[in-house]
Design a binder for this molecule. Structure first.
Ligand SMILES: [Fe+2]
Length: 164
């Protein structure tokens, strides 16, 4: 299977999510390289890092979906649990001495883009709207705070600087 190439249509438009997805894509391509070298130690390191990273990405995504009130957050979470379990099984097999690189690489490279196109793109609108709403709330708070700073109450500082 060829190297995974990120294409713009995979972007969700949510910068943090897109950055994480691209990094998972990089891990899968790293697996592809190791597959050719059969470097067992390196494979162990990549599996370890990739599993950690992917699990934390899943929980980031799940929190975002839940905070945004996305209706399919539950089923989406179950897909993540299933994949986490499958990857965990590969990790166990690797630890038992099996060469799982090829199989793991094939599974993940088929899974990632499908998952992004189907399940992840499903929450895109809800989460984007949620982020826009909370971002403007944050912005308003900062704006109010900065106005308070730039418009001192008439007091000794204002008099000192000649404010009327
Ligand atoms: Fe997802």
């Amino acid at each position: 299977m060829a190297t995974l190439q990120w294409i713009p249509e995979l972007d969700t438009g949510i910068p943090e999510i897109d950055k994480q997805h691209r990094r998972i894509c990089d891990y899968i391509n790293l697996l592809d390289q190791i597959r050719r070298t059969h470097d067992r130690q390196k494979l162990g390191e990549v599996i370890e890092e990739m599993v950690d990273y992917t699990v934390s990405h899943f929980s980031f995504e799940e929190t975002l979906m839940e905070d945004a009130g996305y209706l399919l957050a539950g089923p989406h979470k179950r897909v993540h649990e299933l994949v986490t379990r499958r990857v965990g099984e590969f990790k166990t097999r690797y630890e038992a001495g099996e060469d799982v690189t090829e199989e793991l690489h094939n599974m993940l490279s088929r899974w990632l883009f499908n998952h992004i196109r189907n399940e992840d793109h499903g929450y895109m609108d809800t989460v984007t709207t949620y982020l826009r709403m909370t971002a403007s709330a944050q912005h308003a708070k900062i704006e109010a705070a900065s106005q308070a700073v730039s418009q001192p109450k008439r007091g000794w500082i204002a008099r000192l600087f000649g404010a009327r």
